[in-house]
Design a protein around this ligand. Structure first.
Ligand code: SF4
Length: 440
């Protein structure tokens, strides 16, 4: 099979899916602001929420490294929650104050939260009203990061989907790549696409409002993140066409992703090979080194980041792991179907969450590695299981060839740590209780 040929159709795409509808154990969509505010340099995210929302953002974002932060919280006080104050007037005042202080802000996102949804604060109406007041300097949009029935990656999806209806119209044939990537990774991707002769290439989100893409019936788009279901639907509503492909994780995923786009743009096999061969060889070498501790180990994915299916594909096909269960909050066939095609048959595929039942299955299977949310990792570690925080996979650069080795390392690290602890424990046991303890 040549690299430009479509991947074979088999694997888990038609495997029965266990649908779970129970208690969920996930972070809310406000988390996405932590990486989006770094990416969009002239945007500001104003969370309309409670002190809890403010605390979540501050602790998730860590130490503020910007001279001027690009997110904040308009706190709803108890009186607002009781419906006693006009929250709209208060919000207008807050926004006016913010924009007068910060002329650098060109895009303002009003971000809904559980409290703003409880009091039914209409942020779509507020965004329209505020756009009229502050246009053309500032565009005001809104999306929800509420924790009710959402997962943490849905925040980015909701944000990007809110932008699609206001993107300018175009008739041009262009490639649009959707999904927030760290700038350095995005630059690598753009270099590869340019070397393949593919262009013009636009990105969503763009680094600033002036670079926002246009969209229309001749736009074709590719996703770099599997959690962009609403963005995918919004782009299709604007007439754009999706290029289905495995996600660009690992050597195989990156190659298949680039090949799908190359086919769309009529790139020759020779040119494709010439462009990808060196970075691909580097990726293969890095994966081979980093994945040594993963070989023959089992992995269980709890549903959390929506990255589970493509990552399971990477770990099983490129790192020699066996997947026991691959759980994902949502399984969107048009987006993760190509990854499911490649995922070797065998694991239970599950969609949604019923946390207690899933934990029972984890305890029964006792996998070598469980990929799960922060709230589940500590209790499972206490039971002797080894875990990987799913959220790290979103905060760390893991896409495309140059990061493929790092991606394998992220999964190898907890297994290496466990092996070292095991060794230290045995050494201590051998030394006896009175012997001096080695310093690690
Ligand atoms: S949006 Fe909801 S879940 Fe998220 S921090 Fe605020 S109150 Fe908590």
């Amino acid at each position: 099979m040549t690299d430009l040929a479509p991947p074979p159709s088999a694997g888990c795409r038609n495997a029965p899916v266990l649908k779970e509808r129970g208690q969920r154990e996930v972070f809310c969509g406000l988390t996405g602001i932590v990486w989006l505010h770094r990416k969009m340099q002239d945007a500001f995210f104003l969370v309309v929420g409670s002190r809890t929302c403010a605390h979540l953002l501050q602790s998730a974002a860590g130490v503020m490294i910007f001279a001027e932060p690009r997110f904040g919280t308009a706190i709803l006080e108890e009186t607002d929650l009781a419906g006693l104050a006009d929250a709209h007037e208060e919000l207008d005042r807050e926004v006016a104050r913010l924009l007068s202080r910060r002329p650098d802000i060109r895009q303002l996102f009003l971000v809904g939260s559980c409290p703003s949804e409880v009091i039914k604060l209409d942020l779509a109406r507020a965004a329209e009203r505020l756009t009229e007041i502050h246009a053309p300097r500032v565009r005001v949009l809104n999306f929800s990061g509420s924790g009710i029935e959402t997962t943490f990656t849905q925040g980015e999806d909701a944000c990007l989907a809110s932008m699609v209806p206001v993107l300018p119209e175009t008739e041009a044939r262009e490639l649009l790549v959707a999904g927030a990537l760290p700038d350095v990774v995005e630059d690598q991707m753009l270099e590869l696409l340019e070397a393949l002769g593919i262009g013009p290439v636009r990105t969503l989100p763009a680094r600033c409002a002036d670079l926002d893409p246009s969209v229309g019936p001749n736009t074709v788009f590719a996703l770099t993140q599997p959690f962009l279901g609403d963005t995918h639907a919004a782009l299709i509503r604007r007439g754009a066409r999706h290029i289905e492909a495995p996600m660009p994780f690992g050597d195989e995923g990156t190659t298949a992703w680039l090949a799908a786009i190359a086919r769309e743009f009529g790139v020759s096999q020779e040119r494709f090979e010439a462009v990808i061969s060196a970075p691909r060889a580097r990726a293969r070498k890095a994966i081979a080194q980093a994945s040594e501790p993963l070989k023959g180990k089992s992995v269980f994915f709890m549903p959390d980041s929506q990255l589970e299916v493509p990552l399971a594909r990477f770990l099983t096909r490129e790192c020699g792991m066996d997947a026991v269960e691959v759980g994902s909050p949502f399984i969107h066939d048009a987006i993760v179907g190509p990854d499911l095609d490649l995922l070797p048959a065998g694991p239970q595929i599950s969609e949604g969450q019923d946390v207690e039942r899933q934990l029972d299955r984890v305890r029964k299977a006792r996998p070598d590695l469980t990929v799960c949310g922060l709230g589940l990792a500590n209790p499972l570690e206490a039971e002797g299981l080894t875990t990987k925080w799913a959220i790290e996979l979103v905060f760390t650069p893991v896409h495309f060839y140059e990061q493929a080795g790092d991606l394998a390392s992220l999964f190898a690290r907890p297994l290496n740590r466990k092996a070292r602890l095991h060794l230290a424990k045995n050494t201590l046991g051998g030394l006896g209780a009175d012997s001096p303890q080695p310093v690690s």
